[in-house]
Design a protein around this ligand. Sequence first.
Ligand SMILES: Cc1cc2nc3c(=O)[nH]c(=O)nc-3n(C[C@H](O)[C@H](O)[C@H](O)COP(=O)(O)O)c2cc1C
Length: 210
Amino acid sequence: MTQPATGALPQRRLVDPAATRSVYPLLGSLVVPRPIAWVSSRSQSGIDNLAPHSFFTVVSTSPPIVMFSSMGEKDTVRNIRATGDFVVCGTPASSLEAVNLTSVEFGPDVSEFDAIGLTREPSATVASARVAESPYALECRLVEIHPMGNGLVVYGEVTCIAVDEAVLVDGRVSIDLLDPIARLGGSDWSRIGEVTTRRRLTVEEFMSVT
Ligand SMILES: Cc1cc2nc3c(=O)[nH]c(=O)nc-3n(C[C@H](O)[C@H](O)[C@H](O)COP(=O)(O)O)c2cc1C
């Protein structure tokens, strides 16, 4: 790999988080695109809650564990604390308007499923409902809620992965059929653009091509 010539290094603006009122907009614009977890949870009184979270990823595959971070104690976290489970549902481009509407800060007595007109689908292993309009659902049992800065990081072990056969081609997930939306900075969203394929190289292959 060739290094850029001296003098060609970028002019960087340095941002000191400690001296900045909020780095949230900047971080949100830089750490992109973010997949969206449409988190379904059920309150102790049986209200089905649904909210998008883009601070979300897989943290372990064996056992499978996912995480999302809530900026403070909201209905989603309160429900999961109380009941111990949740479901991460996929967000296809066709669901963008509905996903956005589920971020409205309804009170805990309002089910976003009913307010927005989404279909509950029973889960196989947890009480929280799947979203029938989602191409996949990760049913999760709460592992831990870990306070981190102003975030509450929710870790869940995936107890069932339910994938709509309609997004599978020869048993594999088709990215075109999954058609996920991602979160960008501000109020921006995006779809998957051009897809290219590169296999990871072995060290020997690396040595032979460089
Ligand atoms: C695309 C998108 C991504 C979001 N990601 C997060 C997130 O990662 N963490 C968070 O706390 N709020 C996030 N929000 C805001 C929550 O969805 C919003 O506060 C919601 O009302 C929380 O619902 P609840 O009170 O039912 O938990 C996001 C909103 C949108 C539209």
